[in-house]
Write a protein that binds this ligand. Structure first.
Ligand SMILES: [Fe+2]
Length: 385
């Protein structure tokens, strides 16, 4: 996050003596990415963050490919994913490659008896249903319908849901997730033509330090394994921190659409970027205002990317038979476009209420059995006249 933030108590100068009330020292930790070149935060703990008691056997959660080589357009009915009590068990990877894993989750319960860290990947959660609080060792972020939650790799967190009806779309990115570079100046500030700016971000607050010793289970995802590591002190023992590496939220409802006289290409919807995929937000907006404009998209050959579109709400102009939580997958190598009739029907329309999240990957995606289980199986023929 190219925005300086700080919470709690920190010493005036970094790497200097910082005492507790009883005269003992706090324990400083540099929490950064990309070696020492990426964004980082300096964190002050009550206890050494290194006190491991036991390490138990890991659980292999590597996604398995049911379809390794895919050229079939697919329609996945996302809400058919069964709810599970536990947050981590509820996460079903459906599509993946070596850069990103896309998962759907319907967790019913909050994470309270363990802590979680993804050591390999930034996590981008999109909240389709449910409200609650993301609790991290750098503070809390309340969330609601429409929020993206960006959790940088290494962040220790729990997630608290207010109710049992929750639906999440999750992208685990093995490359850092940033806002698009073209929307930022050379200092990182979002420019005037950006569809969002710093005021729109939900930054962590409510930092609380727990001074507790005992047994604290931290589930750490690394190399496809869920390691179970028991620490001797409470992982949320941070009294203060400052820097640039921290979780944040952003509501899709705060994405200000860029419109034009004729059809605008998908990059105007871009919200996040990585070196291996992009995330776009399709939000309610006015349509193209050229008198002869065709608002529906043209057929296009996304020859370099697999295109995953997650339908959130509203009518989708170019599609038939689409419901909330559906996912279309349009693989690289073949063109795709509006369904028969929708191209013509879009002419003269002045606005759309569609709400969708798109993940375009530069490498092809593989499908898991879970994806096949919710695949309608006939979507690829839906353009036949
Ligand atoms: Fe497309």
């Amino acid at each position: 996050m190219p925005l300086y933030h700080k919470l709690g108590k920190i010493p005036q100068k970094r790497h200097t003596i910082f005492k507790k009330d009883n005269g003992d020292l706090h324990y400083e930790q540099l929490f950064g990415t990309i070696g020492f070149d990426g964004m980082s935060s300096l964190i002050y703990h009550l206890h050494r963050p290194t006190q491991i008691k036991t390490i138990e056997e890991p659980l292999d959660i590597t996604p398995k490919a049911a379809v390794e080589y895919n050229i079939t357009s697919r329609l996945l009915e996302g809400f058919q994913i069964r709810p599970e009590e536990d947050y981590l068990e509820s996460r079903n990877t459906i599509l993946f490659n070596s850069d990103v894993h896309v998962a759907l989750a319907a967790p019913r319960s909050s994470v309270s008896d363990y802590f979680y860290k993804n050591a390999d990947a930034d996590e981008l959660l999109f909240v389709h249903r449910g409200t609650g609080t993301l609790k991290t060792f750098l503070g809390e972020i309340p969330f609601e319908y429409g929020d993206y939650l960006l959790i940088p790799r290494g962040m220790i967190y729990q997630i608290e849901f207010d109710g049992a009806d929750n639906r999440l779309l999750i992208a685990e990115s093995y490359h850092p997730i940033y806002t698009p570079k073209r929307y930022r100046n050379w200092f990182g500030q979002h420019l005037e033509h950006s569809p969002f700016c710093e005021r729109d971000f939900k930054l962590p607050g409510n930092l609380e330090a727990f001074d507790e010793k005992g047994e604290f289970l931290l589930k750490i995802k690394k190399q496809g394994q869920l390691h179970h590591v028991v620490y001797a002190t409470h992982p949320f023992d941070v009294v203060g921190w400052d820097g640039y590496n921290y979780p944040y939220g952003f509501s899709i409802h705060n994405f200000e659409p860029i419109t034009g006289r004729v059809h605008q290409p998908p990059p105007v919807h871009q919200t996040f970027e990585t070196s291996a995929f992009v995330v776009c937000s399709f939000v309610p907006r006015l349509y193209d205002y050229h008198p002869e404009a065709i608002p529906a998209p043209y057929n296009h050959s996304n020859i370099d990317s697999d295109e995953v579109l997650y339908y959130v709400d509203g009518d989708f102009v170019s599609r038939k038979n689409i419901d909330k939580g559906y996912i279309s997958l349009h693989p690289a190598g073949i063109p795709h476009g509006p369904h028969p009739g929708t191209y013509e029907a879009s002419i003269g329309k002045t606005k759309t209420e569609e709400l969708a999240v798109m993940i375009d990957t530069f490498k092809p995606l593989q499908l898991t059995q879970t994806a096949l289980d919710i695949d309608d199986g006939k979507y690829y023929k839906s353009w036949l006249e």
